[in-house]
Design a protein around this ligand. Structure first.
Ligand SMILES: [Fe+2]
Length: 481
């Protein structure tokens, strides 16, 4: 039984493939089309998915007509005809649709290790729902709470992202990074008035913030800091309410809001265990729709599910380049599903060198204030970072305990967005870090995505050649024996 899950007609289209209950393929449209956050699927992506076999069913991630009715009745944007419907070879495949928030909930719960959990979905907007709480019990997912558009945690954050001149629905992560450079208290009370309680807001943020007044350059950082502080306050209240009304101690958190790694860390203080699927935003909902059609937990092995470059992990080449140049770009095996590069389409660098951050920012043509993340051997994570949980998908920002030793992976506020690596999770990357640790006494590397700012991550062989020709930097590929 092969099920294709599809999400498109909104930012970041993707396709996932479930084969007999195992997630065998999942990839973003943008990596094939080279259009950042591409709204639509394309032939290259569909053909790649079809290599796993022709689907018996196609599951779509939202109710198109319900969404259309919301746009007509209440406003907003999105919609259009999905591209996959144009494909003649998929025309007679049976189709099924699931609601936007149910697809998020299914993507999280059915990939999680839990069988009795609360599922919280917070995003900008799908059809009507914007905040939902569900209970996962065995194979059943049941909704127990909802808030509707225009109230929205995601739209609140996106509207302020737009207010400071960044792209809403795309550059919220930059806005989050700016927060560390601002004074959170300067505008705290003013921002709080826009979002007075966890289920009340001042107005429809989809229309942008029109009554703020003039915004200076320093204001932008102070606004980011205040928005992050208010967001964290309301998120914490919402999560405590979710725990109280369901009585559950294990949390699955999904929706675009689950990408806020600075806020996510508090979840470990509210719940005993937390699962955030590594692609919690809309791009992860192609897998959610497929899992919803399957109707029970899927076999989830890892987030390395995209285009396959093949090759064994080039451990010794990576170490050689790091010793020689302190920076190395790597492209090998299957691409990551989700926004983070977790070792297969990554740039690694020596985190001990305080100048390496500027060096890598220059390679990636990013703003100089942008922080970089560390990847650390799981067995030493708690010696270097203040954490008593694992973070295999780079989803939590925690305090760095030895910032003087690894200055290039510590943000202005003293935190780091950590990726922990076990041998089981990624044997190749674990071997790189183990060798690096044996040589330097530091079990940490800087890990950032292999792309230029504003462009999708590198995907296939052509991307590697183009990168090498354009930038003159060599990319280390897989060992093929
Ligand atoms: Fe969503």
């Amino acid at each position: 039984m092969i099920i294709f899950g599809v999400n498109e007609t909104t930012h970041d289209a993707s396709i996932s493939v479930l084969k007999n209950g195992e997630v065998v393929f999942a990839a973003h449209s943008e990596r094939f089309s080279k259009q950042k956050n591409d709204w639509f699927t394309n032939d290259k992506l569909i053909d790649c998915a079809l290599e796993y076999g022709k689907p018996d069913k196609i599951a779509y991630y939202e109710n198109r007509w319900l969404k259309k009715s919301r746009i007509l009745l209440k406003g907003g944007f999105g919609g259009g005809k999905p591209y996959y419907l144009e494909r003649k070879d998929l025309k007679w495949v049976p189709r099924e649709s699931f609601s936007h928030h149910y697809s998020h909930a299914a993507a999280g719960y059915y990939t999680s290790p839990f069988r009795d959990a609360v599922i919280v979905v917070l995003d900008a907007i799908g059809e009507y729902n914007t905040s939902t709480i569900w209970v996962g019990d065995g194979s059943i997912i049941k909704r127990v709470y909802k808030d509707n558009y225009p109230f929205s945690f995601g739209l609140f954050y996106s509207a302020f992202t737009q207010l400071v001149g960044l792209k809403p629905n795309e550059e919220e992560y930059i806005f989050m990074g700016m927060a560390a450079y601002g004074d959170p208290n300067k505008y705290y009370n003013k921002v709080k008035e826009y979002f007075p309680s966890y289920n009340k807001q001042k107005y429809n943020f989809h229309k942008g913030i029109t009554d703020w007044g003039w915004v200076t350059e320093q204001d932008k950082f102070d606004i980011a800091a205040a928005v992050q502080k208010v967001y964290e306050l309301r998120l914490s209240e919402f999560m405590k309410m979710a725990r109280t009304i369901t009585g559950k101690t294990e949390l699955v958190f999904m929706g675009g809001c689950a990408l806020n790694c600075s806020a996510n860390t508090m979840l470990w203080d509210i719940f005993d265990d937390v699962w955030i699927m590594p692609n919690p935003g809309d791009a992860g909902s192609s897998l959610g729709a497929a899992a919803a059609a399957y109707g029970k937990h899927v076999k989830w092995l890892s987030p390395y599910l995209g285009y396959d470059l093949g090759g064994a992990y080039p451990v010794s080449q990576i170490i050689t380049e790091l010793i020689k140049n302190k920076v190395v770009a790597v492209a090998v095996g299957k691409a990551e599903y989700g926004p983070r590069a977790l070792g297969n389409r990554s740039i690694f660098a020596d985190p001990r060198d305080p100048n390496i951050k500027d060096e890598v920012n220059k390679i990636k043509k990013r703003e100089m204030f942008r922080p970089f993340a560390p990847v650390v051997l799981e067995e030493y994570a708690d010696k270097w970072f203040d954490m008593d949980f694992n973070s295999p998908y780079m989803q939590y920002a925690v305090k760095c305990l030895q910032p003087d030793k690894i200055p290039s992976v510590v943000h202005k506020d003293g935190t780091s967005r950590v990726q922990t690596v076990s041998k089981e999770q990624h044997p190749g990357l674990h071997a790189v870090l183990s060798n690096w640790y044996a040589m330097t006494g530091v079990p940490v590397l800087l890990n950032t995505s292999l792309n230029i700012k504003g462009q999708p991550l590198l995907n296939d062989e052509n991307d590697i050649i183009e990168w090498e020709n354009t930038y003159g930097t060599k990319i280390v590929r897989g060992d093929n024996g």
